[in-house]
Design a protein. Sequence first.
Length: 217
Amino acid sequence: MNYLFASLKKTDRPEIPRKTIYRLSIYLRCLARLKDNAVSTVSSETLAKVAGVKSTQLRKDLTYFGQFGTRGLGYDVEQLSQMIADELGTKSLQPVVLVGVGNLGLALLSYRGFEKEGFEIVAAFDIDPTRKRDKKISLEIQGMDELAAVIRGRNVRMAILTVAAAAAQEVTNTLVGCGVTGILNFAPIVLHVPEEVMVNNVNLAIELENLSYFIQD
């Protein structure tokens, strides 16, 4: 079965909305499950149902890749996976640094699923790297004075921030100054960054507040 996709240079594509990028990540994980179950093709209706979106929304999201060929036969799971991974920049392992090795940082460093998703935590940093920690990890914890050299030496563009709120902005300034342009922020503070730097905030308290609203009688 031959599927043809219209080729579009990345520079020719319109900017993809943030919400669409989020849904593309969901589609990629759904496609991975289909591949694990030896499914080679999938219809837009089926993929949309698995992803929890409307089929019209899914088809609209996928138009950013150009026009698909062979109508009615569904998408080639492997090919669509590769296209989305390429767009998201996860086709090859992306190096990531983690700053702040407390309990949360240790938990993230112990998680083995990042590499499967296309990310590799290549270094971890803390203001007190020699402090005794409850959990053993394979990655050496380095001091903050080594941060800049590692980021530049490994060409790192992404960082996970798990430091205290009081230190978060200062660490962010350092990361941005070293060339980091994407930060996953777990600190409960709004970070101020240049326009070209993307920050995704993970605030568990806010998420619980949202859930609290919906479970009220």
